[in-house]
Design a protein around this ligand. Structure first.
Ligand code: FAD
Ligand code: NAP
Length: 323
């Protein structure tokens, strides 16, 4: 059944940015609708301990997101399980079409679609995706009990994935293309002090190899970026943790983007190149990409949407009075 729903503010995305926007927009009496997308709760639902969310020395990512969702719902956000397939930002009210068949119209839109894992783009990576190649240790780590695995990358995600995998795997080799990590020092300290973890510096993944029937990983080949020498590492799992790319497919042709797809916003603002369309969180942030900064931007977006809508109302008031 197809439906049409109108709202003052449509929030697209249910990560820290989306839910925070929901809390602020609800408290501004804007009665927002929030569409959750394919990953309700966003990226933090695929991690375990979050240790830098102020107020919690340690909190499980999925628990934190359940609390954020409850908070948004309790103050009045209409949270809907749907995926937005397309948006029309060329005229107001803006239109968004949901996978459910619902058409959402809105006077203002807050885009909070976050980011998704990046892949290396190797044919062999694609071949074994879901059969030994993964981008989520929290989701798939359990399958590697007593086995050897490799992790590709040198940022916070790679180090956290490697540490998490030591709970199951007998050995974790981290393959990084440089000779130093970009991960936070505290995580590096834990990594270097873990006996199950070995580093392979200055290497780039060349190929994942394995069996065809059944489809499964048996090892990887990595190339030394300085000498060209190939090292073969037998393993059952290969975790790709090379960062995330903004989920801007919905709006990449309508809004200004930069740095590989991040939505451009005005300085110190969440305003995009279209008045009434705001963007918050990892979708627009190529620098910090943290839960707390995303939540902060969600707050800004809701406050800016409120201001935009009240100015719109003031502009329309004389016309209405004359009718
Ligand atoms: P996201 O969390 O990416 O959420 C995006 C939302 O948009 C999702 O709900 C998705 O379903 C929705 N969406 C996308 N497309 C559509 C669509 N078409 N229609 C409707 N909805 C859509 N940060 C920290 O501060 N501390 C940490 O410890 C930490 N650990 C991390 C561990 C891992 C493994 C990862 C991957 C990230 C971690 N981060 C951490 C980073 C943090 O998760 C992100 O900065 C934060 O989640 C970004 O929030 P967001 O709201 O912008 O988007
Ligand atoms: P990231 O910080 O961008 O790091 C990506 C890593 O992958 C880098 O080490 C990079 O190498 C490497 N890499 C990128 N492209 C590659 C390629 N083609 N081949 C080989 N290696 C490649 O990404 P992230 O670790 O996913 O983190 C994303 C954001 O989320 C960050 O802002 C991070 O702070 C945040 N986050 C925070 C936490 C936390 O606070 N505990 C946890 C997870 C994520 P180079 O170093 O050589 O560039």
């Amino acid at each position: 059944m197809s439906d049409n729903i109108h709202t003052n503010v449509l929030i697209i995305g249910s990560g820290p940015a989306g839910y925070t926007a929901g809390v602020y927009a609800s408290r501004a009496m804007l009665e927002p609708i929030l569409v959750q997308g394919i990953q309700p709760g966003g990226q933090l639902t695929i991690t375990t301990e979050v240790e830098n969310w102020p107020g919690d020395t340690e909190v499980q990512g999925p628990d934190l997101m359940i609390r954020m969702e409850s908070h948004a719902r309790e103050v009045g956000t209409n949270v809907i399980a749907d995926i937005i397939l397309s948006v029309d930002l060329s005229k107001r009210p803006f239109t968004a079409i949901g996978d459910s068949g619902t058409t959402y119209t809105a006077d203002a839109i807050i885009l909070a679609t976050g980011a998704q894992a990046r892949w290396l783009g190797l044919d062999s990576e694609e071949k074994f995706k879901g059969f030994g190649v993964s981008a989520c240790a929290t989701c798939d780590g359990f399958f590697y009990r007593g086995k050897d695995v490799v992790v590709i990358g040198g940022g916070n995600t790679a180090v956290e994935e490697a540490l998490f995998l030591t709970k199951f795997a007998s050995k974790v080799t981290v393959i990084h293309r440089r000779d130093e990590l970009r991960a936070e020092k505290i995580l590096q300290h834990r990594l270097f002090n873990n006996d199950k973890i070995e580093m392979l510096w200055d290497h780039q993944l060349e190929e994942v190899y394995g069996s065809d029937e059944p489809l499964g990983v048996e090892g990887v080949r990595a190339k030394n970026v300085k000498t060209g020498e190939i090292t073969e590492i037998p393993c059952s799992g290969c975790f790709i943790a090379i960062g995330h790319a903004p989920s801007s497919e919905l709006v990449k042709d309508a809004l200004e983007t930069h740095m590989g797809g991040y939505v451009v916003t005005a300085p110190d603002s969440t305003a995009t190149s279209i008045p009434g369309v705001f963007a918050a969180g990892d979708l627009t942030d190529h620098i910090y990409r943290q839960a707390v900064t995303s939540a902060g931007m969600g707050c800004m977006a809701a406050l800016e949407a409120e201001k935009f809508l009240s100015e719109l109302e003031t502009e329309n008031a004389p016309a209405k009075a004359a009718e």
